[in-house]
Design a protein around this ligand. Structure first.
Ligand code: FES
Length: 180
């Protein structure tokens, strides 16, 4: 390959990579709106009362992104390659806080740990690394992710969510085999 051709190929790759990075940043911005929260001694307390339906909020807890999504009553995925196209609103993995249903999960793909992006118009998360998809309740819609998005330990206190503490609702999910 000539030096000139190598340079052009390299420049094209750099431009493509740059565009990809911009896309990731844009995706992150779309999902990086915060709710009021307090962090102390490994616990993060988040008031979810200002959350809007079908708008993903991302918080940080012990260095990991935490996804919080208030579900709309119709949260059926636009498509489900593995056939699991149930309405996510009815999923037992959701937490009920002040009469509304929420997805609360660690925002890392269970395949190799990339951060999936949420597509509200399709009611699903998509992982750009290897094409995995999850429903709005964190169930796998498309492999390679081997398992649903992981629910962190939590306690519900009125309209507040305390991450890092194991409240009765979390213990029930463990007892029911929904959380390992
Ligand atoms: S890390 Fe998400 S699909 Fe591979």
């Amino acid at each position: 390959m000539s030096d000139r051709r190598q340079f052009i190929t390299g420049a094209g790759l750099a431009a493509f990579t740059g565009l990809g990075a911009l896309g990731v940043l844009y995706g992150a911005k779309r999902t990086w709106d915060m709710l009021p929260s307090v962090k102390a001694a490994g616990f993060t307390t988040i008031d979810v009362s200002a959350a809007q339906e079908n708008v993903l909020v991302t918080e940080m807890w012990r260095g990991k992104p935490i996804f919080i999504l208030k579900l709309a009553k119709d949260a059926k995925p636009a498509s489900a390659p593995n056939g699991n196209d149930a309405n996510a609103y009815d999923d037992k993995r959701l937490l009920e806080i002040d009469g509304s249903k929420y997805l609360v999960v660690i925002g890392l793909c269970t395949h190799l740990g990339c951060i999936p992006a949420y597509y509200g118009d399709e009611n699903k998360f998509k992982c750009a690394c290897h094409g995995g998809e999850f429903s709005a309740s964190g169930e796998v819609l498309k492999s390679p992710p081997p398992s649903p998005l992981v629910i962190p330990p939590f306690k519900i206190d009125g309209t507040k969510l305390v991450l890092g503490e194991q409240g009765p609702e979390y213990k029930k999910l463990v007892a029911d085999g929904i959380v390992a």
